[in-house]
Ligand binder design. Structure first.
Ligand SMILES: Cc1cc2nc3c(=O)[nH]c(=O)nc-3n(C[C@H](O)[C@H](O)[C@H](O)COP(=O)(O)O)c2cc1C
Length: 141
């Protein structure tokens, strides 16, 4: 990473763990912090029933509009919680927004702190959009 590069941290958090980590990352890199929210508020029950199925299918979800000019950033960090082994649907919505060709760092919060089994599936979503994953972090939370 260049020393004068501008960093963007974009994240979705359901219960606050990813948010806490995203805030730390933003401080570390003096970054712009953008929280992505689902347009329809999800109940815990819905997260476990519908949300997990969406995560499993690697589907996106409707999110509130965010006003980000991606061309202002050369370092993009995306954070999300893991649901049923894969990132929560809002992660896929974030990925869909990032212009092709960008390099991104990923961090995921999960109870196990381990996404070894699904890491390749997660990276495929990025490579399909021609995004290069430079850093991948699994965090327990
Ligand atoms: C709907 C749902 C599904 C989850 N599925 C998993 C899972 O498959 N594996 C795991 O290790 N943790 C799982 N967790 C735990 C979360 O990934 C973990 O608590 C994470 O820190 C939550 O991040 P957040 O507070 O930013 O939402 C799940 C949590 C929820 C709410």
């Amino acid at each position: 990473m260049k020393t004068n590069s501008k960093t963007l941290v974009m994240f979705y958090s359901f219960t606050g763990h990813t948010k806490e980590m995203a805030e730390k990352q933003a401080q570390k890199y003096n970054a712009t912090l953008v929280e992505v929210k689902e347009s329809k508020k999800r109940s815990k029950l819905n997260a476990y029933l519908t949300g997990c199925v969406q995560a499993r299918k690697q589907s996106s979800t409707k999110i509130d509009a965010v006003n980000v000019n991606f061309s202002n950033y050369d370092h993009i960090i995306i954070g999300a919680p893991i649901w049923w082994g894969l990132p929560a649907p809002a992660f896929n919505s974030i990925v869909e927004m990032i212009p092709s060709g960008k390099e991104v760092d990923l961090f995921f919060l999960s109870g196990s702190g381990n996404t070894a089994k699904t890491r390749n599936k997660i990276k495929q979503v990025l490579s399909r959009r021609n995004l290069k994953v430079s850093k991948y972090m699994d965090l327990k939370g």
